[in-house]
Design a protein around this ligand. Structure first.
Ligand code: GLN
Length: 257
């Protein structure tokens, strides 16, 4: 009897400890990395999604994330990091979201969750005016070198299709474009909107009118934070329904000139 009682008591104790532990886990399992804040990692050299205006980071991603934060009662804090370290930082619990014109891919979905997509991106090919590269097939078949931004889908596709030895990787898209203007690479594969901005800012470059791949942009989150994912998805849905997202995109990418 005594034994049985001890067992019952220990079971109850273990149960209570379990609850206490669960309680701890619950309270340490905060909605965001820092209470009251939504910490966003981006790489702020990707106009018009993120770029510097003076010392402020602005753009489509910043405005959408700021509005999401407001609707969640949080304050947005933006950290400008290498594109390549956004996903690892989100996985490590350093940032709440990665928001960087980031394409949803099967491979990335193994490491992070993605919100509902809020924009579309197209991979395009930039070449020097008068280049004999007419399309992606020519670029792949020929002996050309391609500049890409390290870790982006452009990098992933090109490394796959033309092979490592013909791909030059740069930290920033703008550096890849600079290498193209210097004749250091024969083409750059990058997302269409930054491509437009870079071509406008540099003479003698053209975007081939054969888009290479159409992609969805979404924010990425830590796989363990479904609560934040659901809240952000709800906010994004409301912002789609009430026209907020369309208005932000239209502000930076006017549909009819
Ligand atoms: N959309 C591309 C990707 O996700 C590039 C994003 C970026 O350079 N910011 O890989």
């Amino acid at each position: 009897m005594k034994n049985l009682l001890t067992k019952v008591v220990s079971a109850a104790l273990i149960g209570a400890m379990g609850l206490a532990l669960a309680g701890c886990a619950g309270s340490s399992n905060k909605l965001t990395v820092e209470d009251g804040k939504l910490i966003m990692a981006t790489n702020a050299f990707f106009p018009p999604y993120e770029f510097y205006e003076g010392d402020k980071i602005v753009g489509i991603d910043q405005e959408i994330a700021a509005e999401v934060a407001t609707r969640l009662g949080l304050e947005l804090e933006i950290q400008d990091v290498e594109f390549d370290s956004i996903i690892t930082g989100v996985q490590a619990g350093k940032y709440d979201i990665g928001c960087a014109g980031m394409t949803v891919t099967e491979d990335r979905l193994k490491s992070v969750n993605f919100t509902t997509p809020y924009a579309t991106g197209i991979q395009v090919i930039i070449v020097a005016d008068g280049s004999d590269i007419a399309d992606a097939d020519a670029l792949i078949a020929g002996d050309y070198t391609v500049g890409v931004q390290q870790g982006t889908t452009g990098d992933i596709y090109m490394s796959d299709e033309v092979g490592d030895d013909r791909v030059e990787r740069f930290n920033k898209g703008a550096d890849a474009v600079l290498a193209l203007t210097n004749g250091q690479v024969d083409a750059v594969v990058i997302d269409n909107e930054p491509a437009n901005a870079f071509v406008e800012a540099n003479e003698g470059l053209v975007i081939l009118d054969t888009p290479y791949a159409v992609e969805d942009y979404a924010m990425c989150l830590n796989k363990d934070n479904e609560e934040l994912l659901n809240k952000i998805n709800d906010a994004l849905k409301a912002m789609t329904d009430d026209g907020t997202i369309a208005a932000i995109i239209e502000k930076y990418i006017p549909s009819n000139g």
